[in-house]
Design a protein around this ligand. Structure first.
Ligand code: FAD
Length: 396
């Protein structure tokens, strides 16, 4: 089995690393590159981050896998993945929703109007999106969503609530799944809409997660959307949502942050003493960190399987579920180990001057919990592996 990259892919990666090396010379680099950051910086808005994305766009790195007709370079999806893996390995924001989930769906299913309006702005990194899928009672079971869209003349009117919408507080547009036919089977009555985030009928309420990640609940009160902002076909939204999630599994599940976390743990073992002795001399610590090194390598290989399958044009559903389950739970194990090895002081947070490693591990212990939920919880991944990977149907 060969997981190494081709010559062209390697050349591309080297050129991109040079781009990032130039970026690191800038005076605002410390705001953009933060390898020890737990919460991915693409979730936080700042002028520096937007500027970084614009320069990526100017250098031609945004929309590389789009067709040339739409301003892309028609490169295989592996290039989007390589880009994101390098970005996340260096602690930089990754490209995501706009280019992949939304841009690709508009290219595949959107009207000429939506293509003209949105694709150039996405390519130029001028526009931010929020994804409105989850609702109270519709997270793992997303197809049960109830946000109602009713047709009135030339518009749709949306009423209801979304939950956990990351970026809603700074995005420009909302990519929303709503129920357009309540009488159809639940997967068949859903449509996708584009709604301006500053619509007066939207109310955005902050939710602070235990991982210091801001997300939001969003209330819709008679939100009128012109009919031409319906994406693709009415009632075909479930297909579009699933296609977008497939892309997410491929390009957004980078292993870089896990590798950085493990490197930080090795550094902790190097620099910490317990009872006057270096932690690195403790046989139990040495044995455990060696085990974790094997587990990190296992995660890296599980992720390579996702990529290898996607490159062949297959949908890596089971591989992605295995990787998400294993890597996010390994993130928890690494954080737990750090807390054990640092002792009681590890519970101090970053605002305490006595916090070891500036509170990184207290933060990591909280943030890694959130990773096991977003994008599909661990239990849901286990169900996918049992049902689709092992053929163990329930009630069979
Ligand atoms: C940081 C973060 C950012 C997010 N950003 C967004 C966003 O931008 N847009 C968006 O739409 N959503 C977003 N989400 C929502 C995310 O997709 C959901 O939280 C996730 O799918 C779980 O849904 P839920 O929270 O409704 O939990 P539930 O589905 O209610 O699950 C509750 C518990 O029950 C378990 N469970 C559920 N079903 C089963 C089952 N069949 N078998 C066994 N156990 C089960 C779950 O594992 C979980 O432990 C985000 C979530 C997080 C944490």
């Amino acid at each position: 089995m060969n997981f190494s990259f081709s010559e062209d892919e390697t050349t591309f990666l080297e050129a991109f690393q040079e781009h990032l090396a130039r970026e690191k010379q800038r005076s605002d680099a410390a705001i953009i590159f933060a390898p020890q950051r737990e919460t991915d910086s693409w979730l936080v808005d700042s002028p520096e981050r937007r500027g970084f994305m614009k320069r990526l766009a100017e250098a031609g790195y945004i929309g590389m896998s789009w067709a040339r007709d739409y301003g892309g370079r028609e490169r295989p999806g592996i290039y989007d993945y390589l880009l994101n893996e390098e970005l996340s390995s260096q602690g930089a924001p990754i490209i995501g929703k706009g280019v992949g989930c939304i841009g690709k769906t508009i290219i595949a299913h959107g009207s000429d109007k939506l293509k003209r309006e949105f694709l150039p702005k996405i390519l130029a990194a001028e526009i931010e999106f929020a994804l409105g899928y989850s609702e109270p009672g519709a997270g793992s079971d997303l197809a049960s969503l109830r946000l109602r869209a009713e047709r009135r003349d030339d518009a749709w009117v949306l009423n209801g609530q979304k939950m956990w919408t990351t970026s809603a507080h700074f995005a420009d547009w909302y990519w929303v799944a709503a129920r357009t036919d309540p009488d159809a089977p639940k997967h068949k009555g859903i449509s996708v809409f584009l709604v301006p985030m500053n619509h007066p009928g939207l109310t955005i309420v902050e939710i602070e997660t235990m991982g210091d990640h801001r997300t939001n609940e969003v209330f819709f009160d008679n939100v009128e959307v012109p009919a031409d902002y319906l994406v693709g076909q009415e009632n075909a939204g479930w297909q579009y949502v699933c296609e977008a999630l497939d892309y997410e599994r491929f390009a957004l599940y980078t292993v870089g942050p896990l590798l950085l976390r493990f490197e930080a743990l090795v550094e902790l073992v190097r620099r910490t003493e317990r009872d006057g002795r270096p932690l690195a001399d403790d046989p139990a610590v040495r044995a455990r960190i060696a085990e974790l090194a094997c587990e990190v390598e296992t995660a890296r290989m599980l992720q390579r399987r996702v990529i290898a399958k996607a490159i062949k044009g297959d949908v890596p559903t089971v591989e992605a579920a295995m990787y998400k389950l294993y890597s996010t739970q390994l993130g928890r194990r690494i954080a737990n180990e750090a807390l054990d090895w640092l002792g009681p002081l590890a519970l101090l947070s970053s605002d305490s001057p006595d916090a070891p490693f500036a509170g990184k591990w207290e933060m990591s212990d909280r943030a890694t919990v959130v990773d096991t939920i977003g994008g599909g919880s661990s239990e849901v991944q286990k169900n996918i592996v049992a049902r689709r990977g092992l053929g163990l149907m329930t009630g069979a």
